[in-house]
Ligand binder design. Sequence first.
Ligand SMILES: [Fe+2]
Length: 296
Amino acid sequence: MFEEAQYFAPVATKDDGSVVVELATSHPGFADAVYRQRRNAIAALALGHTPGDPIPTAEYTDEEHHVWALVTKELAVKHQKYAVREFLDATKRLGLPEDRIPQLQEVGDLLEPLTGFRYLPAAGLVPLREFYGVLADGLFHSTQYIRHHSVPLYTPEPDVIHEVIGHANTLASPRFAALYRAAGRAARRVETDEALEFVSKVFWFTLEFGVMREDGEVRAYGAGILSSYGEIEEFRGMDIRALDLTAMGTTHYDITKYQEVLFEAASFDHLEDTVGTFWDTCDDDTIARLLAASSA
Ligand SMILES: [Fe+2]
C-alpha cells in the first residue's frame, strides 16, 4: 500500500568506528547481506565527507542501475500526465542520465550552471535546522543509496531516486530553486523550535507534496509525489484544499502513508506570492501569531 514513505533508517557508528544502517525487519533489503553491506559503506562515505570536497563515488550494482532505468522510464510517462510544466521544462534542461544512477557529484555539476545548487551526501536523517538552513546556500542534503532491487517501484525511505528524480529536477528550475532558498533563509531566521517546525511543515506541504492548478487540472510539483510510482496516480483523489499557510503549518502528517490532505496553489504566482513571501519575511513572532490564531 505505501509505495513511498519518508522514514529514514537510523545510522549508528559502532565503537570500532564501523557504520551500520539499521534497516527495519520489514525493509525489502533486510535479509540481503550484500545489500546491507553496501548500505553501510554508502552511509560511511557520507559521514566521512567534508563539505566542499568532491562527493565520494558510491558503488552500485547492475541490478541497481536497472532499477533507476526502470523507474526513470515509468515516471517519465506519469510526469507528462501529472507534473506541472515548470517541472517538465526543468527536467529537460537538467538532462539526468536515464540508464544509470548518476553520482551526486555529477548531479551537482549538472545543476550548478542552471540554478547554483549542489548536492551534499547524507547518511540518513539530517537535523531539521541543518537540512533546511543550507538550502539558503544552494546546498541540498541527499541520500545516496537506492531502494532494494527486488521491489523497484517501492521504497520505505527516501532514496536517491526520490532525492534526484524528485528534487534535482525541481531544483533545475530557477523559480523552484528560489523557493527552496527562501525556505532555507526562513529556517535560519527563526529561533524557536515551534517556528522551525512550522517552516518545515509548509515545506512539506509545498515542495514535498504540493499540487497546483494548471490549465484547469490539478498537477503536482512536490518531489514526494513526483518520485513515487504509486502516489502520483493517487494524489488527485485526495482531500485537496486551498493553499493556507496556517493550515499547512499546523496540519499533522504521517510520513509512512500517502498524504491524504494536500494543498493546491491556484498558480505558480500564487505559490510564490503566498509561500515565497512567507518564507522571505517570517520570524518567530509572525509564526507565533499564526499559531495563536489557529488555536483560538
Ligand atoms: Fe524529499
